[in-house]
Design a protein around this ligand. Structure first.
Ligand SMILES: C[S@@+](CC[C@H](N)C(=O)[O-])C[C@H]1O[C@@H](n2cnc3c(N)ncnc32)[C@H](O)[C@@H]1O
Length: 288
């Protein structure tokens, strides 16, 4: 979420320092997912990625394995389209919310979704998949070199011969990484699903050595005490991501900009990569 309006100087006391954040499983990787109702509301208008993942499943097949399934923002629409999904996630609140939502779906949809609590770096699902996905910045929760290596090795282990790994992530923007960490940036007030009308601000702090960006979400309700939520994202520059994939024995077949299958240009916000194992042949394109 890039918010640039109404800059304000804010005190620095009472915050979790960035130096203590940015490890898999810590508050920066979890806190944002402790509130699934807010998560659902905040990203309700995000639809183009859902559409693309449905198209990819139609092209490459299913069941789909989704690492970082969350509360099913992608998995539920996949299942409603007739696609079987297995999800893995580290957040119990998100998985509980997925289960709650699933309970009100048609039985045919309920049968298509399976999930397990686990860490994407190590979780094992006892089968191989024609399509493995990690949607909406899930890979930005891989902070250390060993985390990335372990995750990509795990993806490979779950790919069926000829299978594809598709994922998307926000491309770092130098101007955003350079924002003053002593300032916060306001957005219009909104109605929080459980706390009523809330004023909202964000503060950004970047560690250029670890390449970890902290987004500190600041919530100020009209009644009661405010709260802050840290969200830490590893920043992957595209050439660096290419190198990690190559190192893991994965070949990038497609690079799409912003879910529209456009070639990436200088204004790209998110990249979508579709990869195959290096030992698998490229897919024969339909004649036409
Ligand atoms: C931005 S959310 C994406 C959720 C869902 N795919 C979507 O598109 O809405 C990232 C998800 O990754 C999960 N996650 C973070 N670190 C993880 C890890 N090490 N292993 C498994 N899941 C993790 C979070 O709990 C969260 O549900």
């Amino acid at each position: 979420m890039a918010i640039k309006k109404r800059s304000l100087r804010v005190p620095t006391r009472g915050r979790v320092p960035l130096a203590e954040l940015g490890q898999a499983g810590d508050a920066g990787a979890r806190a944002h997912y402790d509130d699934p109702a807010y998560y659902t509301k905040a990203y309700a208008s995000r639809r183009s990625d859902v559409r693309l993942y449905i198209e990819l499943a139609a092209e490459y097949g299913w069941p789909v394995l989704e690492f970082g399934v969350g509360n099913g923002r992608i998995a539920l629409p996949l299942a409603r389209t007739g696609i079987d999904v297995v999800g893995v996630d580290l957040s119990e609140p998100m998985l509980e919310d997925l289960a709650r939502q699933l309970a009100s779906e048609a039985e045919s949809v309920q049968r298509r979704v399976r999930w397990q609590h686990g860490d994407m770096r190590s979780a094992r699902v006892e089968r191989e998949f024609p399509l493995v996905i990690a949607a909406f910045n899930t890979v930005l929760h891989l902070y250390e070199d060993g985390d990335i290596e372990a995750f990509l090795a795990n993806v490979r282990q779950h790919l069926a011969p000829g299978g594809r790994f598709a994922f998307d992530w926000s491309v770092p923007r130098p101007s955003e990484l350079a924002r003053d960490p002593k300032r916060s940036f306001g957005a219009p007030p909104f109605r929080h699903p459980t706390r009523g009308r809330v004023r909202y601000r964000e503060r950004f702090e970047y560690d250029p050595i670890r390449q970890v960006l902290l987004v500190e979400m600041q919530f100020h309700p009209e009644r009661g005490a405010g709260w802050t939520v840290p969200l830490t994202h590893r920043q992957f520059f595209p050439r660096e991501m290419d190198a990690w994939l190559h190192h893991a024995g994965l070949v990038v077949e497609h690079r799409f900009a912003d879910f529209e299958r456009e070639a990436p240009g200088p204004d790209v916000d998110s990249l979508v990569y579709v990869c195959r194992r290096a030992e698998d042949p490229p897919r024969a394109e339909p004649a036409g």
